[in-house]
Design a protein around this ligand. Structure first.
Ligand code: AMP
Ligand code: MG
Length: 420
């Protein structure tokens, strides 16, 4: 590490509101043009590159939602018992229902033509077989027309757009695609992301055991959660490790990464006045915007271009890195994949804590829900305390200067909204 020279007395730029930073950042995120066809089995989390239109209706025909008997309602009122004239298991197709009879039917089997309702077997009594071998039933509950029948097309109508271009596929969406016969889906290519860390103090876990860590050294934690967050967002990650704190090495790493990646993501070295090589290296190869965002944690943030690759530089403090990834890089990567709606949703919840000294910047406080459904605050909100992000299950998005008293409604964003 070289000693930092005092920064020149440059006038301080005003902090940029987070919403403006996000808007500017997203304007750079032109969706990737590359698409690929993947097995529906492997498409969880991927983004559809085209609308999915159904060639058939689901269910294909009226079918029973119970094990029981298919019949006409008037026949039940007209006779004490009904002959069971046919048997229709799932996977078979019955005959039109003979007048004055019932059809034994099972869940999922097509309702025979002429039948108006299904009576579940629990509501019928089966009489002992007669001499002629026929089975008769007594219906104990008068049926309502249409009961226990799932109507043809009630899930999907033929020609309907069941999944839209720009939507992210969920497990349920894969099931829906399969239900209309699709074994493959056209999705946007995975963003290729090169990840590296800066900072000569960093040591990789596994390289040096804890008891032999030199003074001033810390383990590289950002690399682990950033990689995991990228993978959850469907990215292909090239882990370039820790790049030495030298200009030529940084330039070489950036140039190399820009060849085959859509995004180069780094952490550390974007603070104001820091003597590091990321800034001059990116500037020498392309362009760089260095922003001071009015958010806490996570003030410094850089966006640039190196050749055709996007460059994003996150702050080094672990919680700052973590929060800026979730609030800025996540929507950026989703838009790159063509996702139409990249905004996260927040929930209004009641605070079970006091926050007496709010910051001038918009804050993202690490909190978690308790059994009462309210949110509790992690005691140490320092941007270096990664424990807060493990203890917490989300953040409170607290407006600039807003004190919080117990019982106040706060905007809670669960990590589940921000980490996938
Ligand atoms: P910087 O943004 O480079 O000024 O770093 C701010 C703080 O974050 C310093 O205390 C760094 O040691 C720490 N830091 C930077 N990168 C990492 C990393 N990859 N893992 C853990 N801590 C880091
Ligand atoms: Mg640093």
């Amino acid at each position: 590490m070289t000693a930092a020279t005092p920064p020149a007395a440059a006038p301080r730029a005003p902090l940029k509101p987070l919403d403006n930073a996000l808007e500017e950042l997203l304007a750079f995120a032109t969706p990737l043009a590359k698409r690929e066809v993947v097995s529906t089995f492997d498409a969880d989390g991927r983004v559809l590159a085209q609308d999915v239109v159904s060639a058939l209706q689901v269910p294909p025909q009226d079918n029973s939602s119970m094990d029981g008997y298919a019949l006409r309602c008037a026949d039940v009122a007209a006779a004490d018992s009904l002959v069971v004239s046919q048997r229709i298991p799932a996977g078979s197709h019955g005959q039109p229902l003979l007048p004055g009879t019932a059809a034994r039917i099972f869940t999922g089997a097509p309702v025979p033509a002429g039948a108006e309702a299904i009576v579940m077997q629990e509501d019928c009594e089966v009489l002992p077989a007669g001499d002629d071998g026929t089975t008769r039933i007594v219906v104990k509950q008068p049926p309502q027309p249409g009961q226990w029948i799932r109507r043809a097309g009630e899930d999907v109508t033929q020609g309907a757009v069941v999944l839209s271009q720009g939507s992210r596929l969920t497990p349920a969406a894969l099931g829906l695609a399969a239900s209309i016969g699709l074994a493959q889906l056209q999705v946007v290519a995975r963003p290729r992301v090169a990840l590296f860390s800066t900072g000569d103090e960093l040591v990789m876990p596994g390289d040096v055991p804890p008891e032999q860590m030199p003074p001033g050294a810390i383990y590289n934690s950002n690399r682990f959660f950033l990689r995991a967050l990228l993978l959850r967002l469907g990215c292909e990650v090239t882990d370039m490790g820790i790049v030495p704190d030298r200009l030529e090495a940084t330039v070489a790493a950036l140039r190399d990464a820009s060849q085959h990646h859509d995004l180069i993501l780094t952490s550390g070295g974007v603070s104001v006045g820091e003597e590091d090589h990321i800034k001059p290296a990116v500037q020498s190869l392309g362009m760089l915007n260095l922003w001071q965002i009015a958010m806490k944690p996570g003030k410094p943030f850089a966006y640039g271009k190196v050749g055709n690759a996007h460059f994003i530089g996150l702050p080094g403090n672990p919680v700052s890195s973590f929060v800026t990834f979730m609030l800025l890089v996540r929507p950026f990567l989703l838009k790159l994949q063509g996702v139409s709606d990249v905004a996260h949703k927040s929930i209004a919840l009641s605070a079970d804590f006091t926050w007496a000294r709010p910051d001038k910047r918009r804050e993202f406080l690490r909190v978690r829900r308790n059994a009462a459904g309210n949110v509790e605050l992690f005691a140490n909100q320092s941007s270096g305390v990664l424990t807060s992000a493990v203890w917490g299950d989300g953040v409170v998005d607290n407006p600039s200067g807003q004190a919080i008293a117990p019982g106040d409604l706060v905007r809670y964003i669960p990590f589940t909204e921000l980490q996938s």
